[in-house]
Design a protein around this ligand. Structure first.
Ligand SMILES: C[S@@+](CC[C@H](N)C(=O)[O-])C[C@H]1O[C@@H](n2cnc3c(N)ncnc32)[C@H](O)[C@@H]1O
Length: 334
């Protein structure tokens, strides 16, 4: 029998960690449109030359760097997704994975035994909401939001195209972070206005992203708490990677608030990863559900599970579409 799948899994965390460390060293920023030898990089990073060469060669093996006559440069995929200034950068999510998720995942066994997140055990943090941990410093807040933006922009154009949303006049994205979802919606639907609604601490960062977007003149950013404050008027709301953060009582509260605020004919667009109905896949959704276990009170769900929560809140028709991107789409009608 081929032991390949097991050997690959034994190795998998090593490959992730090589990516994380090379990113945190700024190697892909340094080698964007430039070249350098190991000796030059070792001097700049004050790193051990032999050890750094192993890291750089590991990146070559992983397809992140190219090496010719001992000189390194980024591969095209690194230029697009690992260079910090690239519009499609995933470097924020990589830094967030390195500093928050990787340490949290070392406590997966405790999370499975206890059935809860591992912030306190991992970082010694006391009390506070989950997002207070994400937003505990300006740097970790920006890494988290850049991470949301990086993965979000991979999915949002497909999420807003999954259903015909052309009849709606405004889309309020609750917990919208950097606004990638309403920006993608405004780009696709020329008569739509977009609103990012998020916690006050997120608003200055959201404004930066929105101002740089192609839809800046049709977008607003509003500070608010979707659990405790009134929601803005809109005929279309969105919840992108929000429901998977919370346990059922808070989900019920939020869905009911959205339903009550919508006019008849209004709708709620949900962007989440959909588990297969029998929960046998896809693997990336299983992994994300475990990720939610170690850092939130939530989990990933099947379409029937979302439909049950939505119908309980009053929604009449619920449709789901698998997009083939990291996030799928669900539309619920009032
Ligand atoms: C997992 S992120 C998802 C962000 C974004 N929707 C996306 O898909 O990229 C959750 C977002 O919800 C926001 N959030 C958390 N609690 C909130 C609350 N009570 N009211 C408003 N926004 C909240 C966070 O600030 C964060 O931007």
């Amino acid at each position: 029998m081929n032991p390949g799948p097991i050997v690959d899994l034994i190795d998998a965390f090593r490959r992730s960690k090589v990516l994380f460390v090379a990113t945190s060293f700024g190697i892909f920023d340094r080698l964007q449109g430039a070249t350098a030898s190991c000796a030059e990089l070792a001097a700049e990073l004050q790193a051990d030359p032999d050890a750094l060469e192993r890291l750089l060669d590991g990146c070559v093996g992983l397809g992140l760097l190219a090496k010719h006559s001992g000189i390194y440069t980024n591969t095209p995929v690194a230029n697009v997704y690992l260079w910090r200034e690239s519009p499609q950068t995933l470097s924020g999510y990589i830094r967030y994975s390195e500093t928050a998720l990787y340490p949290l995942w070392t406590n997966l066994s405790s999370a499975v035994k206890e059935g809860g997140h591992q912030w306190k055990r991992t970082f010694g943090a006391e009390g506070g909401s989950l997002f207070e941990h994400f937003f505990s410093t300006e740097e970790s807040k920006r890494d988290f939001l850049a991470g949301m933006n990086g993965f979000g922009t991979l999915s949002s154009p497909s999420v807003v195209a999954a259903f015909d949303l052309s009849r709606f006049r405004s889309l309020v994205d609750l917990g919208g972070a950097t606004g990638h979802l309403p920006i993608a919606a405004c780009e696709r639907y020329p008569n739509l206005r977009g609103v990012v609604f998020d916690l006050p601490v997120v608003v200055p960062v959201a404004r930066e992203y929105v101002a740089k977007s192609s839809a800046a003149d049709r977008m607003d950013v509003i500070a608010g708490d979707f659990f405790s404050e009134d929601l803005p008027d809109s005929d279309l709301f969105a919840l992108g990677r929000i429901l998977h953060d919370w346990a059922e009582p808070k989900i019920r509260l939020l869905l009911r608030k959205v339903y009550d605020k919508l006019p008849p004919g209004g709708a709620l667009l949900i962007a989440e990863k959909l588990l297969a109905d029998d929960k046998t896949g896809p693997t990336h959704v299983h992994m994300q559900s475990l990720n939610m276990l170690i850092c939130t009170e939530g989990k990933e769900r099947t379409l029937p599970e979302y439909a049950e929560l939505l119908k309980e809140a009053g929604f009449s028709a619920v449709e789901g579409k698998v997009t083939g991107k990291p996030l799928d789409a669900v539309l619920a009608l009032k």
